[in-house]
Design a protein around this ligand. Structure first.
Ligand SMILES: Nc1nc2c(ncn2[C@@H]2O[C@H](COP(=O)(O)OP(=O)(O)OP(=O)(O)O)[C@@H](O)[C@H]2O)c(=O)[nH]1
Ligand SMILES: [Mg+2]
Length: 561
């Protein structure tokens, strides 16, 4: 397996710009992945990818001129104070009762109209939206034009609704400024539940140690060092870390500068989404492997399937009937004419299976569309052999696939099992068994039989006439002789003997030819049955393997940068 996760984890964009087109292409690849695996993998595994595709599509379609930055942190860390200090207005109440902020407040630098749709999507109520522009007092705010700053409720709240609101918003915003204070900066909840989870969003993460004024100047660097160490162990190496003092404008310079740079770059939204794609791709990584899977099962497995299908379709029984039918028909055509009629009375073995009789194939095309043969139903053993063969096809095909796929391959292999019996029966009924044409040699031998029989009849008649004349006292016939033997006797005995001799000589030839007819029919039937196996078992399996290959390629495209 490739370790996409590993590759993704290494990808820290830092100052590297995210190309919008490349990001759109990666999102498109995630979309292709979802299309390829639709219905094949458990939906629960795909929720983050679906969410990403939907969110990213909306975010990119909405304003790209705005950068949405959220102030997130524990209650009392000073989010609202920082929010107000940045806006230089008392927009979000700051209080002593904890938690204070229950709903998200937004402040837009620049015209509100352009940001309204974005705020509708983010879900900030109109009455909690504020505009910095109307209160613009100087050009010094233009550097923040395009900033949409959010003051979030506390994430470690005793109020469940606050936590849900924070979690929802953290999934939507472009950049997060994590606000910690000197008392709680090492709190496990902040690190384990939030900061660590954001390690793939390092390049849209800023951490501020607020209330720095509560520390002595000597303590600030020490606490910052300690916090940096914690951030490193959270996987947030390299993220900007600043100290702020919300109650003193001088203590806001660093954060303000950082926000101005973010707004100027107009990269945060793209970087955030790129981080989301990284996260989703890493989550999907174990669903696909590295090796390109085989296009289908190997030949011995397919042969095994075809054998099992042939057994279940009654190919041995039909081939057997072909051999018997050949002997039956050849006997009727070449046998001694005296007993031929008696042979004809016996039923044709193929007719008994409702397969094409001596007159040839089916005349009515509609008849071949329905299962109409009387080939015996497959035995329990044949049925279970077929089940095992289909299982083997699925197992062999899925051998190289990761754990999520064999189930889909097995379902595909069995998906048309219910249609197989009819399809096999129709195929058997529609296969040319090679008995339609009467071989020329049958006619030659048949003709010879008629000739020698005729000779015997002529001889018999001749002798009978001689006896009759003698009995009536009439002059006897002057029978010609061949050597010592009178010709009529020779004709009668020779004819009879020749007939028996031809019949005796023909029998082994018929047996041999019947075996050949059987082998030929078996070959044709097996080939036709293999086509059914291909359509009903192998094609669905190949479709899944193909989807897998597409999913794998798509995920590779989504992970590359
Ligand atoms: N000394 C000092 N006090 C601060 C600073 N920032 C905030 N405070 C105080 O800390 C308390 C909490 O501030 P808030 O801004 O309400 O904190 P919050 O993070 O918004 O809290 P919630 O809304 O409950 O999540 C208030 O009494 C603020 O005056 C700071 O930098 N220095
Ligand atoms: Mg607050």
């Amino acid at each position: 397996m490739t370790n996409l996760t590993g590759r993704v984890r290494e990808a820290f964009r830092g100052d590297k710009r995210v190309d919008a087109d490349a990001l759109v292409a990666r999102l498109d690849a995630v979309r292709r992945f979802l299309t390829a695996v639709d219905g094949l993998l458990p939906d629960a595994e795909l929720v983050p990818a679906h969410t990403l595709v939907e969110r990213a599509g909306t975010r990119l379609a909405l304003s790209r001129d705005h950068t949405v930055v959220a102030l997130a942190g524990a209650t009392g860390s000073g989010k609202s104070s920082l929010f107000n200090a940045l806006a230089q207005l008392e927009l979000s109440p700051v209080g002593v009762r904890r938690p204070t902020t229950g709903v998200t407040h937004a402040c837009v630098w620049g015209p509100l109209a352009g940001a309204n749709q974005l705020l509708d999507w983010i879900g900030v109520l109109p009455r909690h939206r504020f505009v910095r522009e109307s209160a613009l007092d100087a050009d010094d705010e233009t550097a923040l034009h395009g900033l949409v700053l959010l003051d979030l409720p506390d994430f470690d709240s005793v109020q469940r609704s606050h936590r849900l609101e924070v979690d929802r918003l953290l999934g939507l915003v472009d950049q997060v400024v994590w606000v910690v204070d000197p008392q709680k900066y090492a709190d496990r909840v902040i690190h384990d539940s939030y900061l660590r989870e954001f390690h793939r969003h390092r390049d849209v993460t800023v951490v501020v140690l607020n209330q720095a004024d509560r520390l002595s100047p000597a303590e600030v660097p020490r606490v910052l060092d300690d916090l940096r160490r914690l951030l490193d162990s959270d996987g947030l190496t390299g993220v900007p870390l600043l100290s702020t003092t919300a109650v003193d404008p001088a203590g806001m310079v660093g954060l303000r500068g950082a926000l101005e740079r973010t707004v100027a770059e107009r990269q945060a939204a793209l970087r955030r989404l790129a981080g989301d794609v990284d996260t989703v791709v890493a989550g999907l990584d174990e669903l696909v492997g590295s090796a390109r899977p085989a296009a289908g099962p190997d030949n011995p497995t397919v042969d095994g399937l075809n054998r099992a299908l042939a057994g279940a379709a009654g190919v041995p029984a039909v081939s057997n009937a072909v051999e018997q039918a050949y002997r039956h028909r050849a006997g009727a055509a070449t046998g001694w004419p005296v007993v031929r009629g008696w042979r004809r009375l016996r039923p044709d073995p193929l007719r008994r299976l409702h397969l094409p009789g001596p007159t040839g194939g089916r005349d009515d095309p509609a008849e071949s569309l329905v299962a109409a043969t009387s080939v015996p139903e497959p035995s329990a053993a044949q049925r279970s052999a077929l089940g095992l063969a289909i299982r083997a096809v699925a197992d062999r095909s899925a051998a190289d696939l990761p754990a999520a796929w064999p189930g889909a391959v097995t379902s595909a292999a069995r998906s048309r099992l219910g249609d197989l019996p009819d399809a096999l029966d129709r195929t058997i009924a529609g296969t040319d068994l090679g008995l339609d044409r009467r071989p020329l040699w049958w006619r030659v031998v048949g003709g010879v039989q008629w000739l020698v029989t005729l000779a015997a009849v002529v001889g018999l008649g001749w002798l009978a006439l001689g006896y009759a004349l003698r009995a009536l006292g009439l002059p006897a016939l002057d029978n010609p002789t061949v050597g010592q033997v009178p010709l009529p006797t020779l004709l009668l005995l020779g004819g009879l003997l020749a007939g028996l001799l031809v019949a005796a000589l023909t029998r082994p030839v018929v047996r041999w030819a019947a075996r050949r007819a059987r082998a030929r029919a078996e070959e044709r039937l097996t080939a036709k049955v293999a086509l059914v196996g291909d359509e009903y078992v192998l094609t669905p399996v190949r479709t899944v393997l193909d989807s897998y290959a597409q999913a794998r390629d798509a995920l590779r495209d989504a992970s590359s940068r």
